[in-house]
Write a protein that binds this ligand. Structure first.
Ligand code: MG
Length: 301
């Protein structure tokens, strides 16, 4: 298949030469925040500027899951399987309860409003980690212009007591994030100032210390080009599958770019799902794609 670019022999074992890149839907504004529900055999994904969350199933195709969505962006699931999400407009983290009601888990830090939570992940201890850049309140397009009250930061929320802590704040635009399979590493995209002509953009890697109480390090792990890493997922072997301007880049834990799945539009976010977590769902601007791989996503949603 011409959708694959092999840059390192290791990549051959992770992809399927006969698996096509399939278009699942188009006509969106800008897709982000995909999350897979294996129990429901469905994908949820944010159509961010259209203020809605879409649902996709193999048999039923696409439908609206929630509108308005509060300009929802990133999603994940907690250890009880509940939907956890980021709202640009309402500047908060939410949890959708099993009865369908929505609980705001965090919207302030130190007496000031969060900016526009962007992407989110849960650790196996139940803590919720999310990035809070200014992107969503910089424009009316992705949530509505509002005044920032806090610097960009990476937060850790303990939903058992509501405790919210800044884990790192030396960021210009923290964005996607994911733990390594053993949760000893945390990858965080830094996507730079929104309106700069040539912003510095890369994925950083932190050491997770003291059972998730502290981060150290934060060196540049990999610089994605062309485009940049908005969101990414880690597979069961610890490779990072990142969004890029020309598709999905697979990056080994040693930082080597192993290969690429070519996608015709800029990719923002992606997630593993489907049968055995081996199908990659790809948010590419206004179009949703999927492709089966020969690799499985890590257990994290
Ligand atoms: Mg993002």
């Amino acid at each position: 298949m011409n959708e694959l670019e092999i840059l390192d022999p290791r990549f051959r074992a992770y992809v399927l030469p006969n698996a096509p890149l399939v278009k699942l839907g188009e006509g969106f504004a800008w897709l982000e925040g995909p999350v897979w529900f294996a129990d429901l055999n469905c994908l949820l994904v944010s159509d961010l500027p259209n203020d809605r969350i879409m649902r996709w199933t193999e048999d039923g195709g696409l439908s609206i899951f929630r509108k308005p969505s509060g300009f929802a962006n990133g999603h994940t699931r907690d250890r009880q399987g509940r939907l956890i999400g980021c709202s640009h407009r309402h500047r908060c983290i939410t949890r959708t309860e099993l009865d369908g009601s929505i609980t705001v888990l965090a919207d302030h830090y130190d007496g000031k409003r969060l900016n526009s939570p962007n992407d989110i992940v849960c650790r196996s201890d139940g803590t919720i980690w999310f990035s809070d850049p200014h992107y969503g309140i910089n424009t009316d397009y992705e949530g509505g212009k509002q005044t920032a009250e806090l610097p960009s930061a990476l937060y850790r929320l303990d939903p058992s007591d509501g405790g919210l802590r800044v884990m790192a704040d030396d960021f210009v635009g923290p964005n996607g994030l994911a733990f390594s399979p053993n949760e000893r590493l945390l990858y965080v995209a830094e996507s730079g100032p929104q309106f700069a002509a040539d912003p510095e953009r890369h994925i950083r890697v932190f050491d997770v210390l003291d059972d998730g109480e502290r981060l150290a390090g934060g060196r540049v792990f990999h610089t994605v080009t062309p485009g940049f890493a908005d969101g990414f997922r880690v597979d069961q072997d610890g490779n990072v599958w990142s969004s890029a301007g020309d598709g999905v880049h697979c990056i080994a834990a040693d930082g080597t770019k192993l290969g690429r799945i070519k996608v015709p539009f800029t990719v923002s976010n992606l997630t593993f799902g489907g049968r055995n977590r081996s199908r990659l769902f790809i948010c590419a601007s206004h179009t949703l794609f999927a492709i089966y791989t020969n690799q499985r996503g890590a257990q994290q949603p």
